[in-house]
Design a protein around this ligand. Structure first.
Ligand code: TRP
Length: 333
């Protein structure tokens, strides 16, 4: 029995944070046993909105790889590979761009949101507008059928499947496989300031490498219920960042439900729930940080992991490229 193939990845724009851990990293640990998993260090995609700073994109290849390894991704069971080291992905992207229109790219809700967030106006880097075709290349090159991503990425998978159907129709046979997005039910972890998205650039994230005092400071600064002034006041659990984090990381669900009830009734102070969360986060991040510090001392090992993963990935991606070129009936010398 061959296992279903999973492909996911991260743009290498910064080290990962506990939002990534809650949303994707910890699921990836589980997929190692049930799926054939590829993790893509998406440096060329990172460049689509960071062309002014390729050094940042390069540096963060190592940072993200360290985050993968420190959280328990096992390179024996998961293939960690570098996007720019896989030329077939670029070649497939060029082919796929002929099966998608500019207006369809512009209508992609993910792209629309990201263009707005980045304030590109009409000055959109062409590579950025076209990255959905490149992401389709990533997914299909590995023949992935399962793509676990955040909700914001769902339109990219939809567009991938459109390209897959067009290419298969043109070839008159099934060369590429459609993929299914798997979106975590829990939703995304908010930033410590209560904003919907945790991100390093917004300064509302807790890095997986955060030292103990930084974790404690972040928990202290967390947005709770602004109307919960005195301990005896009834407080709100919804929209309360501390409870959102407890929902994500507290394994003692019974106690957590009791705490929520008490908070709603009144009589439970922010200090107490913050202390609980601080303990949980220190216990979660502590071992990751220690392991990350150790790994960072052995960069040749980390590079070796990336190099050998990329080599392993290369044969898969080259095979698919060959099948597409042949399937479309292009000249094969
Ligand atoms: N777009 C993803 C992100 O921003 C990264 C990514 C690149 C990816 N290629 C992919 C995710 C393929 C899933 C599948 O994080």
């Amino acid at each position: 029995m061959t296992r279903p193939v999973i492909l996911t990845g991260d743009r290498t724009t910064g080290p990962l944070h506990i939002g990534h851990f809650a949303g994707s990293l910890r699921n990836r640990l589980r997929f190692q046993d049930s799926h054939e998993q590829f993790l893509l260090l998406a440096d060329t995609q990172a460049l689509t909105d960071n062309a002014h700073d390729p050094g940042k994109v390069r540096r963060n290849v190592i940072e993200v790889a360290l985050d993968y390894l420190a959280t328990g991704i096992d390179p024996e069971r998961t293939t960690i590979c570098l996007q720019s080291g896989l030329p077939a992905l670029a070649e497939l992207s060029m082919l796929y761009l002929n099966f998608v229109t500019v207006s369809r790219l512009e209508r992609n809700p993910t792209i629309k949101d990201e263009i707005r967030a980045r304030g590109f106006g009409r000055d959109i880097p062409a590579g950025f507008l076209c990255y959905p075709a490149a992401q389709a290349a990533d997914i299909t090159a590995f023949k992935a059928t399962v793509v676990p991503v955040g909700e914001d990425q769902a339109p990219l998978i939809e567009q991938t499947n459109e390209i897959v159907r067009r290419i298969n129709a043109t070839a008159g046979k099934t060369i590429l496989l459609e993929a299914q997005a798997i979106i975590p039910k829990a939703g995304r972890l908010p930033g410590i300031d209560g904003k919907a998205k945790m991100s390093k650039s917004a300064g509302n994230a807790i890095a997986l490498s955060a030292p103990p005092e930084v974790i404690s400071a972040a928990v202290k600064a967390m947005f709770t219920d602004p109307n919960h002034l005195r301990i005896e006041d009834p407080g709100q659990v919804e929209g309360n960042v501390v409870f959102a984090f407890l929902d994500a990381f507290d394994e003692d669900l019974v106690t957590l439900e009791e705490l929520k009830a008490q908070y709603r009734r009144g009589g439970l102070g922010d200090g107490k729930i913050k202390r609980r969360l601080d303990e949980i986060l220190q216990a979660l991040i502590g071992p990751i940080r220690t392991r990350r510090t150790e790994l960072a001392k052995d960069l040749p090992y980390v590079l070796d992991v990336i190099r050998s993963g990329t080599e392993r990935a290369r044969s898969h991606t080259e095979t698919t490229k060959h099948e597409v070129v042949e399937g479309l009936g292009l000249f094969v010398l």
